[in-house]
Design a protein around this ligand. Structure first.
Ligand SMILES: C[S@@+](CC[C@H](N)C(=O)[O-])C[C@H]1O[C@@H](n2cnc3c(N)ncnc32)[C@H](O)[C@@H]1O
Length: 197
């Protein structure tokens, strides 16, 4: 596949941004509870149309939707499938070697520890610190995410980068699947969904 002239490959772009430690332009951070339209649209797609086959107004999900708060990352430009989006930045920890020094966090911060295997080692990017970067603000979607986390090696060091898995329109929230775990927000939705039946 030919790349458009002047457009860096996603890998090269990821390498450039990881080297500068900056995020690329084209994103907004929004508080989800204040962006009801986008959020209701997501929920409607995910749970009412796919699971229940009915409209949001008939499900009782509205309270849940409006009670979810927190930040999310939204695109303000168009991205293509395969584009590099943002790096999940933080402190890289080799879990086996520094067990004693791994920070012990309250549950709300544990979710910022992203564990992964690299060259046979169990590593973790600890993004608990509020450093203004975007990657740590991207929310979970295990049903219809629009990106996934890839390990990109730059100068021998792994970097966690979100890559678009389909085209993303301006205004869409960037999401990825956090992986198989009992994330509390997933069961909350499931319970409400079951209640709706
Ligand atoms: C890595 S942070 C993402 C950014 C977070 N929204 C914030 O404002 O800091 C993960 C936290 O976001 C929230 N979160 C992520 N995905 C979610 C989802 N699909 N539904 C509800 N809350 C979610 C949970 O509170 C989780 O602990």
């Amino acid at each position: 596949m030919k790349l458009r002239r002047g457009k860096a490959s996603p890998k090269k772009e990821a390498a450039d941004f990881t080297a500068t430690g900056k995020d690329k332009d084209g994103f907004d951070v929004k508080y989800i509870s204040s962006d009801k339209v986008t959020f209701i649209k997501n929920i409607e797609n995910e749970y009412t149309k796919l699971v229940l086959g009915v409209g949001l107004e008939n499900t009782g999900l509205t309270d849940f939707v409006l009670s979810r708060s927190g930040r999310g990352v939204f695109s303000c430009v168009h991205f293509n499938k395969g584009d590099f989006l943002v790096e999940y930045r933080g402190q890289l920890i080799n879990i086996l070697f520094v067990c004693d020094h791994i920070p012990v966090y309250h549950d709300a911060l544990k979710v910022f520890m992203f564990e992964f295997c690299f060259n046979g080692k169990l590593l973790c990017v600890d993004a608990a610190r509020e450093d203004g970067s975007l990657g740590r603000l991207v929310n979970d979607d295990h049903i219809n995410p629009n990106s996934n986390m890839k390990i990109i090696t730059v100068k021998g060091k792994p970097h966690l980068c979100l890559i678009a898995t389909r085209s993303i329109n301006p205004g869409e929230e960037i999401t990825y699947n956090y992986g198989d775990s009992e994330w509390p927000w997933r069961s909350k939705v499931l319970k409400m969904t079951l209640h709706c039946y």
